[in-house]
Design a protein around this ligand. Sequence first.
Ligand code: GDP
Ligand code: MG
Length: 398
Amino acid sequence: MIQVGIVGKPNTGKSTFFAAATLIDVKRAPYPFTTINPNIGIGYVKTQCVCRELGVKDNPRNSICIDGWRFVPVELIDVAGLVPGAWQGRGLGNMFLDHLRRAPVLIHVVDASGSTNEEGQPVPPGTHDPLKDVAFLEKELEMWVYQILSKDWEKISKLIDFQKNYEELYAKFTGLGISASIVDQAIDELGLRGKKATSWSQENLLDLVRFLLKKAKPIVIAANKADIDVSIDNIKRMQQELGDRYIVVPTSAEAELALRKADKAGLIRYLPGDGDFEITGDPTSDQRKALEYIREKVLKRWGSTGVQEAINKAVFEKLGMIVVFPVENEKTFSDSKGNVLPDAFLVKGDATPRDLAFEIHTEIGKRFAFAIDARTGRRLSSNDKLTHRMVIKIVTSH
Ligand SMILES: Nc1nc2c(ncn2[C@@H]2O[C@H](COP(=O)(O)OP(=O)(O)O)[C@@H](O)[C@H]2O)c(=O)[nH]1
Ligand SMILES: [Mg+2]
């Protein structure tokens, strides 16, 4: 399952974001919940389901369909809070690197209200510049990775020059979830290929690290605590100054958590990502006040709480993934047990039907013959590209 790392300094709202994004009304989930570990939970990307378009009532197995929206699971990791210089310290080290290794995309939760200093301690709202936190995290990640590389660089560089290949370098980065092909791309684009590794400068190594992080660990910024008034100007500034390098999504993790809890308690009807909610139960006057605050300061101001949007942007825009619906019967859109549109799979945007077959099961991948686009009945070969929201039957040979 795709993993999304939630990173940032302490007290920006990472755990609140994580709690909100992983809180789902159990009644609505077709499968039992298992907590893998307190820092890893199931969140969802949200996309329009195909059930309404196809005029069928679906019974999802691996995902959830509510009001025509399909929620497809992803793993969220609540990464331990980073403080400046953490890369030099111990303790946090291995866990942080393990989390970083797993996640191909990160959501950086920033306190947009500026009410936490650079160490993550509370200060009056507006006194800290959240733009600094973005630069800080960038630097911090760079130093983590640079440190890993530079530690053995003497040995690695000699081996590279001696073996006349980059195997040692690939191995270093595979450990961080960065593929050999991206390392190759970096070496080429930075003009390092013809140059003896033993003569690469510190600046060369830093450029390499920056390139790899940008490609392999893209970041969505969740400009959190967007409900606090002083956040408005900061968020505008963040969007202006960071907008060409990052996606900046205004969020209120606390509002999302409150809305999901209220929905679960039957007080309101609210779907993650929605721009409003409807009161369906009997909230106390305090609850009503809190809900009204959320409506005014978050939903009307920003269009949504941003939590769902941040996850969607990470997976769909930064990772370029798409959702496809594999079926066994292309006429009824169901599996062999008659479940209609049972599964929704996240695959890479350039995935082929054969890739999907392997994604479903190695055996199915090996026996892939061709596929059928269930909407049109058109036959697809292993070279065709899948597209977002395709309903697809894989035909295997025996
Ligand atoms: N006003 C406001 N406070 C928030 C929001 N999200 C989190 N907080 C508060 O910020 C503090 C730190 O949150 P927490 O999730 O523990 O931060 P972490 O250290 O990054 O995991 C808590 O008091 C939260 O209630 C938000 O969207 N708006
Ligand atoms: Mg936390």
